[in-house]
Design a protein around this ligand. Structure first.
Ligand code: GLP
Length: 260
C-alpha cells in the first residue's frame, strides 16, 4: 500500500486528482469508480478545473458509483443518483448514459445488484476506484462485518452511519435504513484503488485500515489485499498512524516514476 501524507485537504484533492487524470489520459474509454460523501469533492473540483482548461476529457469514460440508498427517490437531492449527477457527471462532462449508479428503487433488488456486477464486467472492469472512508471504517456502504469477498448487494446501515449522514437530510429519521453497495470483493477487483481521508474524525479508522489486521471489523483494511492501493491523507487523518515517519520517509525517497 502506498501511503501519502500531505499538509492539508486541498493538497489531498490535488494529489488524488492527478492519479485519476493519469488513468483518464492513458485510457479515455476506461471506467472510473465513483464515491459520494464529502471526502472526494476536492478531487472532483480539481478534475473539473482540468476539464475546463481543456486538459482532460471524460466524455468517453464510464462511471460506476459505489452505492445508493434503498427507497430514496432519484429526484431527492441526496439520492446518490442526484449527488453523482451534480458533483461528477455534469462538472466533469461525463456522458450521462455512460454513468451508472446502483438501483435502490428496483422492485427486485438482488436482480438489480447482479445486473450491476454484470455491467461492471461488461465494461471490462473498473480501472481506478475512488474511495472515502466512514468513521467506522466502512468503504462504499460496506459496514463492519461485511464479507471481504462480498459483491453488490443490499445492506442495513449502522445507526452511526445514519447519524453521520443525517447532516444531508432535514431530519435524522429521513436517512434511509438500507442501501445497495458494491461489495468489498467488487472493490478489490478494480485495477487500482485511491482512498482519500481528511480530518481528525477519520484518524482512528485510517489507523485501523492501514496498520490494523485485515478484518471485516474494519472493511477498509481490505485495501491491504490489493496490489495497487494508494491512501492519500492530510496530517489530521494521519495523526494516529504509528509509522507516519516511515511513510513520509518512503514518499520523500521514492523515485518520481514510482509515485502513485
Ligand atoms: C458515506 C459513503 C461513503 C463515504 C463515507 C464517508 O456514507 N457511502 O462512500 O466514503 O460515507 O463520507 P464523508 O466523505 O462525507 O466523510
Amino acid at each position: 500500500m502506498e501511503i501519502v501524507i500531505l499538509p492539508d485537504a486541498a493538497a489531498v484533492g490535488r494529489a488524488a486528482a492527478s492519479v485519476i487524470a493519469d488513468v483518464v489520459a492513458r485510457k479515455p474509454e476506461g471506467a472510473l469508480g465513483l464515491a459520494t460523501g464529502s471526502s472526494p469533492l476536492a478531487i472532483y473540483a480539481e478534475l473539473a478545473q482540468r476539464v475546463e482548461a481543456g486538459e482532460l476529457d471524460f466524455s468517453r469514460m464510464r462511471g460506476f458509483a459505489l452505492d445508493e440508498y434503498v427507497g430514496l427517490d432519484y429526484a431527492h437531492p441526496e439520492s446518490y443518483h442526484a449527488v453523482i449527477d451534480r458533483t461528477v457527471t455534469r462538472p466533469l462532462g461525463f456522458s450521462p448514459e455512460l454513468v451508472s449508479v446502483p438501483d435502490g428503487m428496483a422492485p427486485d433488488i438482488p436482480a438489480a445488484c447482479a445486473a450491476y456486477e454484470a455491467a461492471i464486467d461488461a465494461a471490462g472492469g473498473i480501472d481506478v476506484q475512488i474511495l472515502g472512508i466512514g468513521a467506522n471504517g466502512h468503504i462504499g456502504f460496506n459496514e463492519p462485518t461485511s464479507s471481504l469477498a462480498s459483491r453488490t448487494r443490499i445492506k442495513t446501515l449502522t445507526p452511526k452511519t445514519r447519524e453521520d449522514n443525517a447532516r444531508f437530510f432535514d431530519s435524522p429519521e429521513q436517512v434511509p435504513t438500507h442501501c445497495v453497495t458494491q461489495g468489498l470483493g467488487t472493490i478489490l477487483r478494480a485495477g487500482r484503488l485511491v482512498l482519500v481521508a481528511q480530518g481528525a474524525g477519520k484518524a482512528d479508522a485510517i489507523a485501523a485500515a492501514v496498520e490494523g489486521p485485515v478484518s471485516a471489523s474494519c472493511p477498509a483494511s481490505v485495501l491491504q489485499l490489493h496490489e495497487h492501493a494508494t491512501v492519500v491523507l492530510d496530517e489530521a487523518a494521519a495523526s494516529r498512524l504509528h509509522n507516519a515517519e516511515y511513510y513520509r520517509y518512503t514518499w520523500t525517497n521514492k523515485p518520481e516514476w514510482q509515485r502513485y
